[in-house]
Design a binder for this molecule. Sequence first.
Ligand SMILES: [Zn+2]
Length: 156
Amino acid sequence: MEKQSKSGCKGCTLEELENYKIIHRDKEKSGFILNYAMDPEVDGHLVVQPTFHAEQLSDLCEDQAERLMRIIWACCKTLEELFPSSKVYVYSLNEKKDYHFHVHIKPKHENVAVKGPCFVNWKDPEIEKMAKTSAKSHFEEIVKRIKDNKYMRRLG
Ligand SMILES: [Zn+2]
């Protein structure tokens, strides 16, 4: 089933997303796009979202849900290879109206002391500084390493 985009939805148009940050895009019209986070909170912070408008996981059909999990799995395997001593968290939070469903895949690196449910609120201060300055090459290098990973290449 082909799904539609919703006018005015930032997630449907992916405006503001810099091209180098796109890691994978499904060929199917009702597929998924995987990108490096617009405002990365830590190194390796990824976001996967449908290319059509959906507001929650249950808006996906079964095939789409399976495809999404396949992409998330590849992200986790890739990040574990890139950052072997880090944990990888997967989450989706939906508070806003007309929210475009997306899933965060966010490594928790060794230097982060926070434990428990507040993990979504922590940010690496060094990454925050870099994101605000012109350290684009730092993120480009990580994106390149993610794209080159065997699990990512297998996504097709
Ligand atoms: Zn949308």
